[in-house]
Design a protein around this ligand. Structure first.
Ligand SMILES: [Cu+2]
Length: 140
């Protein structure tokens, strides 16, 4: 019984390592950031969000090219804890798989958080992940 558990544990660890290795590597020093709006800004909806990227290039989803990815905008949510899976698609996680570098988003009045995460051609964050600081804005 103990041996069976140990085998199961080893299998789990091995699987985790394999997944980790499958993630697309990101180059050292790469950075994603929100150019606009500024952290703490008060804005009107629709809000134009401008994406910044340093040390990597933008490529559409589905295109594998070294040191590239596409933007994902997280609205009022945190980066998923499991980075080995593709980012989900929802009202809170928007994909810009055509390689867009800005977006116009409708937001209800009140406080909102925005954060960018780069994903590879399969929408999975790089290793290490390229994610921006999370900013907070107020929509009038
Ligand atoms: Cu995506």
């Amino acid at each position: 019984m103990r041996a069976a558990l140990a085998v199961a544990a080893i299998a789990l660890v091995t699987t985790a390592v394999v997944y980790a290795q499958e993630r697309t590597p990101s180059p050292a020093g790469a950075e994603v950031y929100i150019i606009s709006p500024k952290d703490g800004a008060t804005v009107k909806s629709p809000v134009t969000v401008v994406f910044g990227l340093k040390g990597m290039g933008v490529a559409p989803a589905g295109v594998k090219f070294e040191n590239t990815g596409h933007h994902h905008l997280l609205i009022d949510t945190a980066v998923p804890s499991d980075l080995n899976a593709p980012l989900p698609t929802s009202d809170q996680v928007k994909h810009f798989g055509k390689g867009q570098t800005e977006a116009s988003i409708e937001l209800a009045p009140g406080k909102h958080t925005l954060q960018l995460v780069l994903g590879d051609e399969k929408h999975t964050p790089h290793n290490p992940p390229i994610e921006s600081k999370k900013i907070t804005i107020t929509v009038k």
